[in-house]
Design a binder for this molecule. Sequence first.
Ligand code: ADP
Length: 262
Amino acid sequence: PAAEPKPPQEAQRPDHVKRVIAVASGKGGVGKSTVSTNLAVALAGLGLNVGLLDADVYGPSAPRMMGIDADPQFVDGKLQPLEAHSVKVMSIGFMVDEGAPMIWRGPMASSAVRQMVQDVRWGTEAAPLDVLVVDLPPGTGDIHLTLVQKLAVDGVVIVSTPQEIALIDARRAAAMFQKTATPILGVIENMAFFADPATGAPIPIFGSGGAKAEAAALGVPVLAEIPIEIAVREAGDNGAPIVTRDQGGAAAEAFRAAARAL
Ligand code: ADP
């Protein structure tokens, strides 16, 4: 690594946003966007005014997972977030077609994310945003540094599967947040197990125990152990996260419990 990341001295809080929670992972495909969308909807279900910023400019998932297909509009010089499932959402994916290549040089990607924080009307004086959930790109790159150094991130949730290879990268991501003095709120173990349809017994498809050990090493809680459920994937594909269902099953309950713990 070239330079040590600096602590967030000049970090700026976006206007009328009380709390910023970022969702990070070491690897892609571990369910970071699934967790981000479900947490955001579950937090809104607690009566909070919630925003979801899709900062994964290389692979924006929020439009599909939240079921939004519309163009955000400028009103009085600021972009109006779109709204679905009682959550205000902004994603670069609203501005480009699905399938269009997302080619960003590092500084451009960072500046796009900065604009999605600062030039979007997340909250107003009359209706401030209680929580802005930020779905980060996987890994540790320019966007992460920009967010923690320039924008006040109050805490990070680390998502990992129980698999060793995912945990190694999660550890790296956690180390970056520790270096930049960003509090780690906890670990969410996704794809923690698959419940045997016949017996209900947990089948540890990606292994077990690793995320707990990782959380313990970081001195943070395990906020949730989310099972692998077909309905979780279908709900995301269909634009209505599993927590929007009253009878959502074990995964939905686990997401709700994690939201309450935040
Ligand atoms: P990431 O944001 O880390 O790249 P995604 O949230 O896009 O990961 O998840 C990757 C894929 O796995 C998606 O198709 C998603 O629907 C699916 N998925 C994520 N979590 C679960 C789960 N607990 N059960 C079943 N499918 C899941």
